[in-house]
Design a binder for this molecule. Structure first.
Ligand code: UD2
Length: 299
């Protein structure tokens, strides 16, 4: 298949390119910044997703668009909701329009588990009520509405994927918005204490970005359309357990300290993964132990 990836310089896209090579697909991408990953350099064109015309030109010849480009920071979404909506809502509408204009048949939208907000039942299935707690969650949810509308109105085949907490050694460690695994691994590398917010009993569903990439390829290659999928491991792990595992795989003596709980932190989150197992035969390949080990062995 011929694939156009938006947000092609991001962490997830570097895995998408690798998986595309393995599966004999031809992938290229667009982003507003060049990729850090040298192997993707000549595959990425600098185009803003809001420039529908340029994007449609780049999508020429593509069978599928994988739309990962987004404003991803929850904090930034609260500080600048207009910018957040501009990228996440209008940017997605622009990418959808570019898909239709260039004759692309399938559109895979990378949404977020943030659309659910505070869960009222666990595990969280795709039928769980959506009630985002952040502007970011709201913009992802609004964009989902457009994705569905383009399927109904323009006949574009679409799939919505809602990843839970994903991580990898390629995450930007310098970003103040990076996730807990990246933060903890930086502490371990610098021999500084790990800070757990609150009592550490809160749980999350972590999966490796390579598994998210595999998931997206399975969805892309399937005949499924008009479906929304959770993308998680289906396993909950507490932040306390995570810190202990991280220290154990690093074989270092690192202290753990507790600070105040984060304001409006979600207590528990875990994906119901049955739909993806059933329709895509998706199962994670990287265990949390393997994923954590990789953080200390990769460059
Ligand atoms: C995730 C997503 C976010 C949004 C949200 C929706 C990531 C990185 N973020 O936020 O984009 O989709 O889900 O619900 O995937 N923690 C510590 N110490 C630290 C850092 C974090 O204890 O140094 C705790 C934090 O209080 C929280 C948990 O670890 O309870 C996970 O935090 P996170 O920022 O990695 O991700 P989360 O689930 O808040």
């Amino acid at each position: 298949m011929n694939i156009l990836i938006t947000g092609a310089s991001g962490q997830l896209s570097s895995y998408l390119f690798e998986e595309a090579d393995v599966r004999n697909h031809d992938a290229w991408g667009v982003d507003i910044v060049p990729p850090g990953n040298a192997s993707a350099k000549d595959k990425v064109e600098i185009i803003d997703i809001r420039d529908t015309e340029k994007l449609a030109k780049s999508a020429n010849g593509a069978d599928v668009i994988i739309h990962t480009a987004a404003q991803v920071s929850v904090q930034k979404s609260l500080m600048d909701p207009v910018f957040d909506a501009d990228i996440n809502v209008l940017g997605t509408v622009s990418a959808l329009k570019a898909a239709v204009d260039s004759g692309v048949k399938k559109f895979i939208f990378i949404s977020s588990a943030a659309v659910y907000g505070n869960p009222v039942s666990l595990p969280i299935s795709e039928m769980h009520p959506v009630n985002p707690l952040s502007v970011y969650g709201a913009s992802k949810l609004a964009a989902e509405g457009y994705v569905r509308m383009f399927e109904n109105t323009y006949g574009l085949k679409t799939i919505i994927i809602r990843p839970f907490n994903f991580y990898s050694s390629r995450a930007d460690a310098d970003s103040p918005y990076s996730g807990v695994i990246t933060k903890f691994s930086e502490c371990v590398k610098n021999n500084s204490p790990i800070t757990i917010d609150g009592d550490g009993m809160q749980t999350r569903d972590f999966l490796h970005a390579a598994d998210v990439s595999k998931f997206i390829h399975l969805a892309m290659e399937s005949d499924v359309s008009g479906v929304t999928f959770n993308c998680g491991s289906g396993k909950a792990i507490s932040i306390n357990e995570l810190a202990e595992k991280m220290i154990s795989v690093s074989s270092k003596n690192i202290d753990i300290v507790h600070s105040q709980p984060r304001t409006a932190d979600i207590k528990h989150s875990v994906a119901d993964v049955r739909l993806a197992e059933e329709l895509l035969d998706f199962h994670t390949s990287v265990t949390i132990e393997e994923g954590l080990k990789e953080l200390f062995t990769s460059q």
